[in-house]
Design a protein around this ligand. Structure first.
Ligand SMILES: [Zn+2]
Length: 384
């Protein structure tokens, strides 16, 4: 078996469901050390027992030039074993597809990065500048792995490739996302006296929820529009004869560039005022351990995009269209927090985050070849 496929199989065989990244991190560390590299482990503060490391290294050509970053996550989502037709932690080839948790998202990308680093560590004359590789934890959670690398200020790169599972196109932009907590106050009273006494917070919240989803959003030529989604409502009591005096609402907001958290909050407050609920509604950005991800898009004619497209065509024989993603991923952090132009492209497959997830061997080997060519091209000796 080709080395990159063996690494892919090895990684799938290691259970690294989010929260249990240590063994996969150890595998990555050992592999990078076998290339003669100095390897760093990074732990985010909430990981008090130091069990969820991210791993990073820098391969220096010894010659001046830009730094190209390859990044992937080593965690996966959990499995529902009964629903799988194979053992999710035993890569199984059936009809040209390899089944296993992480086979698609994204251990093929991790393997391709490892083999890219392995190749260039043995062929340092073929590039100038540096190649950095990061293998992060908690991407399926709050991206604390990547945020910790940002906090430690270890990522210094001019260009980046996120090896996420996206093979038929290259993502050059992602929307951002905020979550808001809205509390609507009413007035308690005996239910038998309602509506003469009491003010029903659930009814007010329901009206406000409908008004929120109708609020205008900005548009972007490629990322389309921002969107609102009222995702959770709770309040009242089924067991007591009391008019509900409070309702909690959770609101998701996907954003395009120009839409800030402050803008969203003022929109919600305006909607509340228009319903006569001023003074009864409070809104806050839901506190979370990591910063929220903001929207970004890099130009479609960026050298990173064009170069990737050229080598994809040479390797696969077909064109690689650009795409814009309605969701968020760690690419947002690189682009927004660090200002690094980033493309998102890597071996893919099917049933992402679902049962019987699979990847495709040819995509893993092709991704490696494309990463190698991209590196040689972007870090051409003598170009700096
Ligand atoms: Zn992923």
């Amino acid at each position: 078996m080709e080395e990159v496929l063996q690494r892919w199989y090895d990684l799938i065989s290691i259970d690294s469901v989010m929260g249990h990244e240590a063994k996969a991190a150890e595998y990555v560390k050992k592999t990078l050390e076998s290339f003669g590299l100095i390897v760093h482990m990074s732990y985010f503060p909430e990981d008090e027992k130091n069990e969820r490391p991210s791993v990073w290294t820098v391969l220096d050509s010894g010659r001046p030039g830009p730094t190209l970053l390859f990044i992937g996550h080593i965690d996966t989502v959990d499995v529902n074993r009964e629903a799988w037709m194979t053992d999710p932690f035993k890569p199984t080839l059936i009809d040209g597809k390899v089944y296993g948790r992480g086979a698609m998202d994204m251990k093929g990308g991790d393997a391709a990065i490892l083999s890219t680093i392995g190749y260039f560590s043995a062929h340092r004359s073929e590039f100038a500048g540096k190649i950095m590789a990061c293998f992060v934890s908690d991407e399926e959670g709050l991206s604390q792995g990547t945020y910790e690398l940002v906090r430690e200020n270890v990522i210094h790169a001019d260009l980046a490739l996120m090896a996420e599972c996206r093979y038929d196109n290259v993502a050059v932009g992602f929307r951002g996302r905020f979550s808001f907590e809205v509390t609507v106050k009413g007035k308690a009273g005996h239910a038998s006296r309602y509506p003469q006494v009491g003010e029903n917070a659930l009814i007010s919240a329901g009206k406000l929820a409908a008004a929120i989803e109708a609020l205008p959003t900005l548009s972007h030529p490629k990322l389309n529009r921002g969107t609102w989604c009222v995702r959770y409502l709770s309040g009242g009591s089924a067991g007591a004869l009391v008019v509900p005096d409070s309702c909690y609402m959770f609101v998701d907001r996907y954003v395009v560039p120009g839409e800030t958290a402050e803008l969203c909050i003022s929109q919600i407050m305006e909607a509340a005022n228009a319903l006569g609920l001023g003074g009864k509604v409070s809104v806050r950005l839901k506190p979370r351990k990591s910063p929220y991800m903001q929207a970004f898009a890099i130009p479609e004619d960026h050298v990173l995009v064009r170069t990737l497209q050229r080598h994809y065509r040479d390797v696969t024989g077909v064109d690689l269209p650009v795409a814009y993603d309605p969701s968020v991923c760690d690419s947002n952090i690189l682009a927004v927090s660090l200002g690094i132009p980033v493309v998102t492209f890597g071996p893919s497959g099917g049933n992402m985050h679902g049962d019987n997830e699979y990847g495709v061997p040819e995509q893993v080997t092709n991704a490696l070849e494309i990463y190698k060519r991209l590196t040689r091209d972007l870090l051409k000796p003598g170009a700096a």
